[in-house]
Design a binder for this molecule. Structure first.
Ligand SMILES: Nc1ncnc2c1ncn2[C@@H]1O[C@H](COP(=O)(O)OP(=O)(O)OP(=O)(O)O)[C@@H](O)[C@H]1O
Ligand SMILES: [Mg+2]
Length: 530
């Protein structure tokens, strides 16, 4: 009897469920949107009384048809992408916004389970139909991610888990993004619709610290400094400093300053903003450019000594006020004159580097390069503004060995001794070494490349010796000229003295004659009087 009753009961439940589902489907298809909303509202109120679970939804965008994707939705999508690729049955593959890589995400009506501090959390992707304000598209389907968890974890989820999701999602986004190289161009050349002050291309420079030919110890020190900076968010917050660091790279042309910037960007996974100062109209525009940069970036000003006549401006001011190097020391009148000239000024640049605005964004490197350190104003490069000064100089033997390993896969060779000896006698830039180590044709082997380098070194040595001889010759000639000039001056002086002496003697003779004549005249007068 019992089995029969059970069977009947299940049959009744089954047919009731089927009827409900049928009615629900009919309702969903034919029921007007407002009525459906009404049903949804009351169903959720009724179930809310008995349901021990809480839901948080992350809708794709607002009700507006043209609205952009919400940032929270995009971050959740990125966060779930790694979990979805492992756990979901149906995935969506799209090209990421700034990426050439395929990004996988959960398709509609998929579920994945996440775990946080031992608590289970369920994520589900849904389609929500929304009415819009558009006349042509009154309804629109939007995706939504729904998060479900037990009531008792409310605080933990809302306070810690969501923060973890946002942080992790952003980090994955940064890792997946295609890095960019930005540059500014003169404002006059902007088309009217242009919104951003920067234009960008994909940053794909292959330079790394590994491929850089420089002293290994110095290289390691720079790498450690950079890595330490990127991990020091909390430290900077604790000491009350903006999370940024200035690097000054100086040295002769071809010693790897620009290459090092690319290596820095690749090491830290940063974007690069190459700031062309001469194209910036004034200090206000400079500030705007700064505000538009994002965090995790390197702002580069190459050849800072050539960009502006900064040194001159500062020297003039120093003459007027012998105060310290702070911009507050610049007299107000001078500041006004600067503003009037409508150009980027030194004080504008100092503010750019460490003014109040420079703190926005965080996690940023500012790098200046120059060939002539001595031409820069000390205020611009003092510690605090340019925290680390890195000299990139001529190629040392240690640096050569790094390049030989990279270019020719050589760690030792009989020609290395000759190269080391020649490098001690002359200077050659890493750019020249790299050029010589590069095979010029398919038949060029390592031996040929090293011979090319030796030839270049000998040539450089000869040129240096020739230059030195010319300089010595010029110095000798200068000395001789000086000697001739001194002799001429001495001769002239002697002549002048002689002339003066003669003049004195003539004068004396004349005076004696005059005195004699006067004497004779007085004697004659006396005689006549008698
Ligand atoms: N230290 C180095 N290690 C490896 N390659 C280097 C190094 N220095 C220069 N090079 C090579 O030489 C070329 C020129 O280097 P780079 O442009 O970095 O020099 P620079 O110091 O910026 O010169 P400039 O002052 O003229 O701007 C690059 O293509 C790079 O490959
Ligand atoms: Mg350069």
């Amino acid at each position: 009897m019992l089995p029969n009753t059970m069977t009947e009961m299940w049959a009744t439940v089954g047919s009731t469920m089927a009827s409900i589902m049928f009615v629900w489907t009919i309702l969903q298809q034919y029921c007007p949107y407002n009525l459906r909303q009404f049903f949804d509202k009351y169903t959720s109120i009724i179930t809310g009384y008995f349901n021990p679970y809480i839901q948080i939804s992350f809708p794709e965008g607002s009700d507006d048809f043209w609205s952009k994707r919400s940032k929270a939705y995009a971050t959740v999508e990125t966060y779930l992408s790694s979990k979805a690729s492992e756990k979901a049955n149906r995935l969506k593959a799209e090209l990421g916004k700034d990426s050439s890589k395929l990004v996988l995400s959960m398709d509609v009506h998929q579920r994945v389970t996440d775990e946080f501090r031992g608590v289970k959390i369920w994520w589900a992707s849904k389609i929500v139909v929304k009415s819009t304000r558009s006349l042509y598209f009154p309804e629109q389907e939007k995706m939504s991610y729904n998060l479900t968890f037990h009531k008792k974890y409310r605080h933990m989820i809302t306070e810690s888990y969501l923060e973890h999701v946002m942080k992790e999602g952003k980090q994955i986004g940064v890792r997946n993004r295609q890095r960019k190289l930005y540059t500014n161009c003169p404002t006059e050349k902007w088309p009217s619709h242009r919104r951003s002050l920067w234009s960008s291309v994909v940053f794909e420079h292959p330079a790394t610290f590994e491929t850089m030919g420089m002293d290994p110890e110095k290289k390691q020190e720079i790498v450690d400094d950079l890595l330490n900076f990127s991990k020091s968010k909390d430290f900077y917050a604790r000491i009350g400093k903006a999370w940024k660091r200035g690097y000054l790279l100086y040295g002769p042309p071809g010693t790897g300053k620009s290459t090092m910037i690319a290596a820095m960007a690749n090491l830290l996974d940063y974007d690069v903003y190459d700031l062309e100062l001469t194209a910036v109209k004034d200090n206000t525009e400079l500030r705007k450019l700064l505000i538009e940069t994002t965090s995790k970036s390197i702002i580069v000003i190459e050849d800072i000594d050539c960009s502006l006549d900064l040194t001159g401006q500062r020297t003039k001011k120093k003459k007027k006020s012998s105060e310290d190097d702070d911009q507050s020391a610049i007299p107000i009148k001078d500041v006004e004159e600067e503003e009037k000239s409508n150009k980027v000024t030194l004080s504008g640049l100092l503010n750019f580097v460490d003014g109040l605005w420079s703190a926005c964004g965080g996690e940023r490197l500012i790098v200046f390069t120059t060939n002539y350190l001595e031409r820069l104003d000390p205020a611009l490069i003092r510690r605090g503004r340019m925290d680390k000064h890195i000299e990139l100089s001529y190629c040392s033997f240690e640096a050569f060995k790094v390049l030989a390993k990279k270019y020719l896969d050589l760690e030792i060779h009989q020609k290395f001794d000759t190269i080391q000896r020649l490098m001690g006698l002359t200077k050659i830039t890493p750019a020249d070494v790299a050029e010589n180590l590069m095979p010029k044709s398919s038949s060029d082997d390592a031996d040929k490349c090293l011979s090319n380098l030796i030839q270049a070194l000998e040539q450089a040595k000869e040129e240096a010796a020739k230059k030195k001889a010319e300089e010595e010759e010029a110095a000798k000639k200068k000395d001789e000229d000086l000697k001739v000039k001194e002799e001429e001056a001495a001769k002239k002086k002697a002549e002048e003295e002689e002339a003066a002496k003669k003049k004195d003697e003539d004068l004396k003779v004349k005076e004696e004659e005059a005195a004699k004549k006067k004497d004779e005249d007085s004697k004659e007068v006396e005689y006549l009087n008698l």
